[in-house]
Design a protein around this ligand. Structure first.
Ligand SMILES: [Zn+2]
Ligand SMILES: [Zn+2]
Length: 325
């Protein structure tokens, strides 16, 4: 039977990628470029899956209704760039490159990096359990990345772009500053290298984690129930993180997939009354501007917050210093 994903990737590879690589003398990347095409196809599949799951939830059980959804369109652009471009590049190329080079260098110097299976031999021959443990560990690493991105001023200047959206839908998941995206993937890749995630499992792990993340941004009243929302991050749980009062330094609900880290570290907030989202102190360009305007506003805000201390100005009105009641 023909694998439709491999077939489509093969078509993209032969029609566009090989001629381009040939033209620029980059044929040594031929095999990797097929893998990129394959993961870009998976990226499209991910968008289709997101659409199929999240759209009915938003259409039939919406939380907020807007007459116009002008700023949602920019989030669609973010999603396409992130899932078809950044995701395959980061999860396949960058991870593959880092794994080969860093592990090679370490092995050359007499140090064999540990993997989950070598640390816990009981996991040998239990790939599904190892896969789940990788997902849990990566999500824990992501909890800290997200928490730091709120507490470190210049980092929040970039992350504020994610929080500036007042019309939050499932498309908002990928609404991030490009520098923040790079940091996120470096962080993920570092964590995955530390625990020895096999190269081909990494993109699949990110794919699944992102699916839960997208749904958690959905504009829907659908509830996971008392137990469900303590097992997996629900739209209500993540909406509380996007609430007006949660923008900035003292936020809550940093977990992307599992709410356990917030429960353990006392940053969880399970209230269901948060409806409005956004960051009132973020520049307007971040909420309603075009792609370039949003990226520029993120860099400027980040710079302002970085140099704020040096200027020794008390800045209570700056972004990133709001407090939750
Ligand atoms: Zn955040
Ligand atoms: Zn979010």
């Amino acid at each position: 039977m023909i694998d439709p994903f491999a077939w489509t990737a093969g078509w993209i590879h032969e029609t566009f990628l090989i001629p381009t690589l040939w033209r620029f003398g980059l044929m040594q990347w031929e095999d990797q470029s097929f893998a990129w095409a394959l993961f870009a196809v998976y990226g499209v599949l991910q968008i289709v899956l997101n659409y199929a799951i999240c759209l009915p939830a938003e259409r039939f059980a919406p939380l907020v209704r807007w007459e116009r959804k002008d700023s949602v369109w920019m989030d669609v652009v973010y999603t396409l760039v992130a899932r078809i471009g950044v995701f395959p590049l980061a999860t396949f190329f960058a991870f593959y490159w880092a794994q080969t080079n860093i592990n090679g260098w370490l092995t050359d110097h007499g140090y064999v990096p540990p993997t989950l299976e070598t640390l816990f031999p009981a996991l040998m021959g239990m790939p599904v359990l190892s896969f789940l443990i990788y997902a849990v560990v990566l999500d824990f690493a992501d909890y800290w990345r997200h928490r730091f991105s709120h507490t470190i001023g210049w980092w929040y200047g970039l992350h504020a772009l994610h929080h500036a959206q007042r019309q939050m839908t499932f498309w908002a998941d990928d609404r991030n500053h490009i520098v923040d995206d790079v940091i996120t993937y470096v962080w993920f890749i570092g964590a995955a290298l530390l625990i020895g995630v096999p190269p081909l499992q990494f993109p699949i792990l990110i794919l699944l984690l992102k699916l839960v993340e997208s749904f958690s941004h959905a504009n829907t009243r659908i509830s996971f129930g008392w137990l469900g929302e303590r097992l997996l991050v629900s739209p209500q749980f993540h909406r509380a993180h996007h609430g007006l009062k949660a923008a900035g330094r003292n936020s809550c609900n940093y977990g992307a997939v599992f709410p356990w880290w917030d429960m353990m570290l006392r940053t969880a907030d399970f209230r269901h009354d948060v409806v409005e989202t956004g960051d009132e102190r973020a520049p307007e360009a971040m909420a309603t501007g075009g792609w370039w305007a949003q990226q520029k506003a993120g860099l400027l805000l980040s710079w302002r917050l970085l140099t704020r201390r040096r200027r020794r100005r008390p800045a209570p009105a700056e972004v990133g210093v709001t407090t939750r009641p």
